[in-house]
Design a protein around this ligand. Sequence first.
Ligand code: DQA
Length: 148
Amino acid sequence: MKLLLLNGPNLQLLGTREPAVYGIETLTSIMDRARKLAAELGCELCDFQSNHEGELLDRIGRAGKDGFDGIVINPAAFTHTSVALRDAIAGVALPAVEVHLSNVEARDEFRRQSFTAPVCVGVIAGFGGDSYLLAIRALVAHLNKLKK
Ligand code: DQA
């Protein structure tokens, strides 16, 4: 199984970005843990971070062609703004799991709206870097069920 893990804007700043909200773990460290877990689950994981919406759209749009079986995505601020990302996820028809480090439900009112969540299988939020690991486990379990 091949998984695509996408990270949206400003997540390259993890480690120093608002540590009280996002913790002190860097994106590199979280992605290392994610790759390790994926390997333990028998999957290959490719991760990509971009501050540019179009680059994320391009990766989603060609995910099927690139041989991916599913997507884990932290759209970051684009969660709350991007109809284009929502349409891309809906358009590729690959199962996707939305991830957030923080509990977006417990923060600003505007973070409670997600354009992308309705086209994802589910959302995992509030567990810091561990949210990604939980999302990988959830996506792999979902994909295994689809295979049966
Ligand atoms: C975030 C939550 C978003 O509201 C915010 O814009 C981010 C990070 C999270 O992982 O908690 O950039 O997606």
